[in-house]
Design a protein around this ligand. Structure first.
Ligand code: ADP
Ligand code: MG
Ligand code: ZN
Length: 614
């Protein structure tokens, strides 16, 4: 056995739990002395974060590892450190596959500054280091860390030769697949990532480590399967980012107003701070940045994939160095950006899915200091994104129907998050990563937790049934003209006047007078997103004014049943070919903030209600 570890060092790691408690004490492993000395001597860090040591020990032991930790959690260290160890079961080069050139460049230059001989097998501005590497290898130079992209690995004979050579000489310590969530089948844009299954096929004896900052249960299974991980050590860190304050604001319909709100927020809370504003389109980025500069005297630049390389580089560098404070960007901006002091992330338009939202907001506060994440939400934005997904610019990139369906489901999760005005943002956000979060742990660090009053459950089953019936009735009255959303809401709320006169005789007229207009919005939103309502767009313009509302004909109405759950909450269950759909989205409808006596009234009113078909 290995010599015992110096007891004075033992307390240093984050996992000094004695093995008598059933957990392995990783500080007692034979690798620990070397590992801790590299941590301090080369990486100049005092101690490990949660799970880092477990990860490192497992890979040094020759095990496959799957590590899930939030962005900024310190995943890189988990393979950079073992790459320098001499005591591991497998020796030689750690071969890192990373999806992004800028990410590789960043890491390699940081490592070289630490005196580590890191190599990038990618086409760079100066040279193709893949040509360089082989002769240096032949001369016996040790290459502890080599980075490449999946495309390069799959397409370059040179790179493959290097792997083969290293393997032959038993100098291939492990493969690392960083940002492994890119593998997920739906990210069609990285097919090469999905083809990384060849690592295991071609070199079955080489351990694999997969790292990701973003994955839910099914994505994890996808990664494990695609890479054919063998009984991997799976480690997961909480995704809660306690220093981030989450807030959702209603997005003004006028752009001028939106700009005013954003600028006002920045000037009053983050004057001179660094931040990111995410917009949907390239034109939007340019326009918002320009107007923030010209009309509000803010230091803003734009960034998107359509810019020329140089301007892109300059804007990004100036922002990184603090010469420019605000970057207004599409989601093309950010992956691999490791700026620690981003104090705010504003979403001028919602993200397409919760994964993206988490990643984008996650760029704030990497230094652990308090930072703001503000989402400006409008349902019309969801409609815009929905249309973009259905009709992508590049028609060749059109997703297959089932894929589109999944994308729409993911979008609906963001709608549910944004339109939820009661539940702790963290609870909803972290649920997406299958993490159960206790609201008390939020410490009033989100807008909903800061609202006064207690959360109560209200049952809106009847209300929803009324809405469906009302819309059907209205459609019957006005067959050709179509029902604009605003008209529907006006009738339901019992507005008076000429516009609604054709509908005042319907039983559902004025049925929702007692409902708050935000609750009406939420109910309609959820009915839309559970495919019970649908919108038909007219040709001119975007937004709600041009969307006609109809009861979806894609579902057999006789099979829609609406019934209360055990907590008298709305559970709209769509039964289609025996399958439930969109249940998660609809659950968001179930809570709202209100007074307790209202809650009791509802309880009485709905007592004994049974499931019934419409
Ligand atoms: P991830 O890949 O998980 O997004 P990174 O590996 O880029 O995160 O690390 C994020 C930051 O955390 C880096 O600045 C890194 O130096 C720092 N870091 C990593 N591990 C530790 C540690 N044990 N102690 C202090 N800082 C750490
Ligand atoms: Mg990383
Ligand atoms: Zn909260």
């Amino acid at each position: 056995m290995d010599p015992p570890v110096d007891m004075t060092v033992r307390g240093m790691g984050s996992t000094s739990t004695p093995s008598v408690l059933g957990r392995v004490d990783h500080t007692a492993s034979s690798y620990y002395p070397e590992v801790i000395s590299i941590l301090k001597g080369i990486f100049k860090l005092a101690h490990f974060r949660k799970n880092q040591l477990e990860c490192i020990t497992a890979t040094l032991d020759g095990r496959d590892v799957f590590y899930l930790a939030p962005t900024g959690g310190g995943k890189s260290l988990c393979y950079q450190l073992p790459a320098l160890c001499k005591t591991g079961k497998t020796q030689g080069t750690t071969f890192v596959i990373s999806p992004l050139l800028s990410l590789i460049e960043d890491q390699v230059s940081t490592l070289r500054k630490k005196g580590i001989n890191a190599f990038r097998l990618i086409n760079t501005a100066d040279a193709d280091e893949a040509y360089d590497a082989m002769p240096r290898l032949r001369k016996g130079e040790s290459l502890p860390l080599v980075y490449t992209t999946p495309e390069k690995l799959l397409s370059s004979n040179n790179v493959q030769d290097i792997v083969v050579q290293l393997h032959k000489e038993k100098q291939l310590a492990r493969f690392v697949v960083d940002e492994a969530h890119v593998i997920g089948g739906w990210r069609v844009w990285r097919e090469s990532y999905a083809s990384l299954g060849i690592l295991r096929k071609q070199w079955p004896d080489i351990p694999i480590m997969a790292l990701t900052g973003s994955a839910n249960k099914s994505a994890i299974e996808d990664i494990k399967e695609s890479l054919a991980l063998r009984d991997p050590v799976c480690l997961k860190q909480s995704f809660n980012r306690s220093n981030l304050y989450y807030k959702v604001k209603k997005k003004p319909s006028q752009k001028k107003e939106l700009l005013k709100e954003m600028a006002g927020f920045i000037q009053s809370h983050h004057k001179d701070d660094t931040g990111i504003i995410y917009c949907l389109s390239r034109e939007d980025c340019e326009d918002v940045a320009r107007r923030l500069r010209e009309e509000f005297d803010l230091s803003a630049r734009h960034f998107h994939a359509g810019m020329d390389r140089d301007t892109k580089r300059i804007n990004q560098e100036d922002w990184s160095n603090g010469r420019c404070k605000i970057i207004v960007a599409t989601i093309a901006f950010g992956m691999g950006i490791d700026k620690p002091d981003v104090r705010f992330v504003i979403h001028a338009t919602m993200s397409k899915d919760m994964d993206g939202y988490y990643q984008e907001t996650g760029r704030a506060g990497r230094d652990g200091k308090p930072s703001d994440c503000i989402l400006f939400y409008a349902y019309s934005d969801a409609m815009k994104i929905q249309n973009m997904l259905k009709n992508p610019h590049d028609q060749n990139n059109k997703p297959p129907p089932d894929e589109l369906e999944r994308q729409l489901e993911r979008l609906s999760a963001v709608v549910a998050y944004a339109s939820n005005e009661s539940d702790c943002r963290r609870v909803t956000l972290l649920r997406h990563f299958d993490e159960t979060f206790d609201e008390a742990e939020c410490h009033k660090h989100c807008d909903n937790c800061c609202k006064p009053g207690t959360v109560v459950h209200e049952n809106h089953t009847e209300t929803s049934q009324q809405a469906i019936q009302l819309l059907r009735d209205m459609s019957n009255v006005s067959r050709e003209r179509g029902i604009p959303l605003t008209l529907f809401k006006d009738v339901w709320r019992g507005k008076k006047g000429a516009t609604v006169s054709a509908f005042t005789g319907l039983p559902g007229y004025a049925a929702a007078t007692r409902l708050d207009h935000r609750m009406i919005d939420r109910i309609v939103t959820q009915l839309l997103y559970s495919n019970i309502f649908a919108t038909r767009r007219t040709t001119s313009g975007n937004g709600f004014g041009n969307n006609y509302l109809e009861v979806s004909d894609s579902l057999p109405l006789s099979q829609i049943s609406v019934y209360p759950s055990d907590s008298w909450a709305v559970m709209l269950k769509i039964v289609e070919l025996g399958e439930c759909r969109s249940l998660s989205a609809i659950k968001e409808l179930t809570t709202c903030r209100g007074r307790l006596n209202r809650h009791r009234q509802h309880q009485q009113r709905n007592h004994g209600q049974v499931a019934r078909n419409l």
